[in-house]
Design a protein around this ligand. Structure first.
Ligand code: SF4
Length: 345
């Protein structure tokens, strides 16, 4: 089991539930826009949020943002240790920084000192795209071994200054490399692991890669907090992360949608119907299974395991509960009737 750290009171590692993270894509110094986005992400299920801090204006905004949000805020800092000091002073709950990239050891010490005093953990975010040149030369590329060695280089620097409140990530855009790197890290250390891939891509491939990469690791018992990165509205990252946790059996909250694959008996636009139900279910928090089936003859029976469901027919459809028919309704009222039934559960 990994060690446990606390990110603004939220436990990460040590057997705590796997948490969902995302990252804002607003300008961090635009406090209103950033807060508005974080509140939307919170409502979707985001539990830890990260904001880029590329300059002093962003570092100074951290305090004002924190006053208006309800989840821990991690600041993402590259190279400039002064930004880390400033953001920590402004109330950041954790800092993502790679201490090997911030210059002299006096700077590492300054960051370690301020984080220790404020009980702020540091995430070492190793990234295949920005690995140290000597490691790339030694291993011939961003191999899993190179990623792990890079992480230990940063860890040693922090340990030297009596700092061990550390979380580690080892991201690449390759699923096999990322899985191998995290597996290796989990074998040789007990630091909590922030799991994700970088540059995963647009939602279609990005969600698939994340499901295989993050989900595969979680299924092996590896990973304490996750971030799905997508070239999309970050709310999609939170939805995808929720679904991955659900699929690997780590979350039971919220609804699960099942739908039939359609066949020659289907007489409705099942794909459109399932999409509509899926969208409306985003607002439902109940831990229920909801079925959308393509025919009234076999649908209710095939979806007996679902708590509620609908089956579409020729102009008319059925609303059912545990396979038993509740109501026959015109096709265009099916979805509304389903959600009326869900409200009563
Ligand atoms: S529920 Fe009906 S339409 Fe869907 S796959 Fe089964 S038999 Fe075909």
């Amino acid at each position: 089991m990994t060690k446990q750290i606390l990110v603004g009171g939220v436990p990460v590692g040590g057997g705590a539930p796997v948490t969902i993270q995302s990252m804002t894509n607003t300008r961090t110094d635009d406090v209103d826009a950033t807060v508005e986005q974080i509140l939307r992400l919170e409502a979707a299920g985001c539990e830890i949020i990260r904001c880029a801090v590329p300059d002093m204006a962003a570092a100074h905004a951290v305090g004002a943002i924190k006053e208006r949000i309800h989840i821990p805020l991690v600041v993402d800092i590259h190279f400039d240790y002064k930004l880390a000091l400033e953001a920590a002073a402004a109330g950041a709950d954790a800092v993502r920084i790679n201490p090997g990239n911030i210059g002299g050891e006096d700077r590492v010490k300054a960051v370690a000192d301020v984080c220790r005093q404020r009980n702020i953990p540091i995430r070492i975010g190793v990234n295949g795209g920005s690995l140290e040149k000597d490691l790339l030369a030694k291993y011939g590329g961003p191999t899993p071994e190179a990623l792990v060695e890079s992480a230990f280089g940063h860890i040693r620097l922090l340990n030297k200054y009596d700092f061990d409140d550390i979380c580690v990530s080892l991201k690449t855009s390759s699923v096999p490399n990322t899985i191998a790197a995290y597996r290796r890290m989990a074998e040789v250390s007990d630091y909590p692991l922030h799991v994700g891939l970088t540059e995963a891509g647009t939602p279609k491939m990005g969600i698939l890669k994340s499901a295989v990469g993050i989900g595969g690791l979680l299924a092996l018992g590896i990973g304490d907090t996750i971030r799905v990165s997508l070239s999309a509205d970050p709310i999609e990252e939170v939805y995808a992360a929720r679904d991955i946790l659900k699929v690997v059996g780590l979350r039971k909250d919220g609804p699960e949608l099942i739908s039939c694959p359609t066949c020659g008996r289907t007489k409705i636009d099942l794909i459109g119907l399932a999409g509509e139900v899926e969208e409306r279910l985003q607002g439902v928090k109940k831990p229920i299974t909801v079925a959308v089936m393509g025919c009234v003859v076999n649908g209710p029976g095939e979806a007996r395991g679902a708590d509620v469901g609908i089956a579409g027919g020729d102009g008319e459809g059925l609303v059912f509960r545990h396979g038993e028919i509740v109501k026959k309704v015109p096709q265009d009222q099916l979805v509304d009737e389903l959600f009326r039934l869900i409200e009563t559960l």
